[in-house]
Every structure is written in C-alpha cells, then in structure tokens.
Design a protein around this ligand. Structure first.
Ligand SMILES: [Zn+2]
Length: 92
C-alpha cells in the first residue's frame, strides 16, 4: 500500500529530498496496520531516527505524525471508531 499522506518523495516535515527514510507512523504491533492502510511518510534521517528531533526519539515529533496519520485515515478510510478499533486509541 502506498502512503495516503503524501504522493511526492520528500520529507513530510522539512520538505527535503535527500537522506530520506520511510517511517511507519504507528509502530511496534501497529506497524503492519500502518503498512496496510498507507500510514507512512518519508522523513530525512534527522527527522526519523536521530536525536533530538527524530520521530523515534522525540515524543512531540511522533505525536505530530500520529495526529496527521489519524486525520488522513479518517478522511480516506473511515470513521474515528474504525481507527480506534484498528489502532487501539484516539490521538486527536
Ligand atoms: Zn520509523
């Protein structure tokens, strides 16, 4: 499944096009669900997996992406109840 958050291959946060890595917005046990529903974005390495701002190190960055992901899910796939049933909680 391709991303439902972006069509262009560029960093979702900075807009840069170098050092890109794919990030599944909901990780751990929900990584499969993120893949299935296209809830993934491109991030530069710094915004992905590097302190202090990277999504895997910084709760603010991770939560920003959680909220963006849920909003787009609800626009594209279904209701808030659907989202919560699949991903187990409400981020909005
Ligand atoms: Zn990641």
């Amino acid at each position: 499944m391709k991303s439902i958050l972006q069509n262009e291959k560029k960093c979702y946060i900075s807009g840069r096009t170098d050092c890109l890595e794919e990030h599944h917005i909901f990780g751990a046990s929900n990584r499969k669900n993120s893949e299935r529903h296209g809830l993934k974005v491109w991030l530069t390495h710094d915004w992905h997996n590097e302190p202090p701002n990277g999504a895997h190190h910084n709760k603010k960055t991770a939560d920003f992406l959680h909220r963006e992901g849920q909003k787009v899910f609800e626009r594209v796939h279904g209701t808030r109840e659907d989202f919560m049933r699949i991903f187990g909680r409400n981020y909005l």
